[in-house]
Every structure is written in C-alpha cells, then in structure tokens.
Design a protein around this ligand. Sequence first.
Ligand code: GFB
Length: 310
Amino acid sequence: MKKSDKIYVAGHSGMVGSSIVRRLENDGYRNIIRRTSKELDLRNQSEVTDFFQFEKPDYVFLAAAMVGGIQANNTYRAEFLFDNLMIQNNVIHNAYKVGVTKLLFLGSSCIYPKMASQPLKEEYLLTGLLEPTNEPYAIAKIAGIKLCDAYRSQYDCNFISAMPTNLYGPNDNYDLQKSHVLPALIRKFVEAKSHSENEVEIWGSGNPRREFMHVEDLAEACMFLMANYDQPGFVNVGTGVDVTIKELALKIKELVGFEGELTFNTSKPDGTPRKLMDVSKIEAMGWSHNIPLDQGLQRTILEYSASVNT
Ligand code: GFB
C-alpha cells in the first residue's frame, strides 16, 4: 500500500475499524475513505454498488459487521445472519467489480466447530458442528471466507481473510445485554465498586476458557497481513494464551479494587467451552502480539473509568 492509495475502511466507527483507521493515520496514509451507516447502508446492494463505482478504492479493510456477545448472538439470530451476509456480499462483490487491488475480510474464532481440538488450527474449519448460540454469525463469517477464496480462484482477486480471537479495547460496546464478556465485567465491577455493592454477577459457570487480544494488536496484524499475505484460506490472529472466565473476572476485580463476592448465574449460557487460537501460521510469517492481557486490561479499565466520569 502506498501512502497516497485510496483505502476504504468499512466499519470505521466500530472498535476494529476505528483501530485500523488510527493505525493507518499514524502510519501516514492520507487517503482513507469512510462512511457512517447513515451515509451508506452496507446491507443495501444498490447503495454499495454506487459507492464503489464512485470511490473506486485501491484497498479495502472489511471490518463492518453486526457483532455482539453471547446473548446478542443468540437473540438477534436473524440479523446476525442476514445483515452480516448482506454487508460482506455487497462489499466483496463490488470490490471485485471495480478491481480493488486487495481486500482484507475480518471474521471471528467462532467459525470453528464447538468441540474442535485445541489450539484451533486453520485446517479445523468445517470439521464439526458449530456452537448453537453463535451459529448464525459463524455461518455468515464462514461464507465470507469462502467468498473471498471463490473470487480469488475464479477472478484472481487478491482477497484475504483474518480470524481474530475475542477482542477488546477503545470503542468497545459496554451495553450489558449486548456486549462481550470483558467490557461487561469491567462495567459491572466499576459500577459495583462505586455503588458499594456486595456482589457481581458472572454469567454461566465461569469455567469456559477464552483468549483476549487488544484491538491495537489486531490493527497491527491487519497491516501486516495486507503487506505480507496473498493466499487463499484465512489466518488466525490471537495471542495463543487463554484464561477461564472466572480468572478474567478475578483479574478485573483486583484491578478495579472491588472487594465483594462473585456469583455465577448458571441460567445464562456458557457457549463454547474453549476457543484458543493456534497462532503458529501468523507467527511463522513474522508477526506476534505485543500487549499482554494484564496491561491491556489496566489500560481499558482506566479508559472506561475516565469515560464514565466525564
Ligand atoms: O464474550 P461472550 O459474550 O461471547 O461470552 P463468546 C464469553 C463467556 O463469558 C460466556 C461469559 O461463557 C459467557 O457466559 N460471561 C460471564 C459473560 N459474564 C458475562 C457477561 O456479563 N456478559 C457476557 N457477554 N458474557 C462470542 C460470540 O462468543 O464471541 C460471537 O457469540 C463472537 O459470535 C465473539 O465470536 C468473539 O466468546 O461466548
């Protein structure tokens, strides 16, 4: 990518897209295209066609998606499937139509079978049944990977895919019904401390294991893959380290300085028992993450606390 190339970041206001934009700006890219969802509904085929014909971007980071935590995935099953399919179909197809030089599609570690061996290697895709709570989202993301590969094999498009692990960082969603576990727990512990409550509720058993990566690490991996990866198939992006939800809760409790108890609400789903990425493919190419979980958590708690105190 040259500094003057026209780069479209789809989903620039979300946690992932905004992190990619910050990274591009810091690296001196001068021609970044962005549209809010009000300006451009990526689910609308004719709007997306007109936009691509008008802008003709050189590069596309496809970070636009309907996303959420376990409860949002399980509740809005129709939108998680339909909206995500429409967004990625429109963007990928029109990138092909206008001859985009390279496109990076972003998915998620939930594409893997629920009971896949750990750590998750890229070749485990489509070797078993998916986790039911996020099957619609996972099906959409699998379709996106296959669409990129199909346009590559049939039309020679340089479309690649990256599958990040569970992410956190600036611009995350802190809505307790829709968010992922990490921002939800930060909010719950910060509020419990400030209201002098005695306990914080953790959904599920606390036993599932998850791998958490700071979104700045993902943005850096996206830049790395744009520069260095031109193959079919996708690349896992993660830290290679996981913790149980209980361990995560205890870390956040300590960093926040909450002194009460944890309770576990087992009427809420656990979801996949474990999702640990095998990151040997990207590491062999020369990239690995930088921000350890404890450091990322500390930063994120400070940022969240500052945002609610202003
Ligand atoms: O992060 P999370 O919502 O999604 O939940 P997934 C991870 C684990 O944390 C589950 C537990 O076992 C939850 O039950 N948990 C505990 C909580 N307390 C809370 C809480 O207050 N809020 C939330 N949200 N969870 C999502 C997928 O799966 O991960 C998506 O649904 C996507 O499709 C995303 O792949 C990365 O890690 O289970």
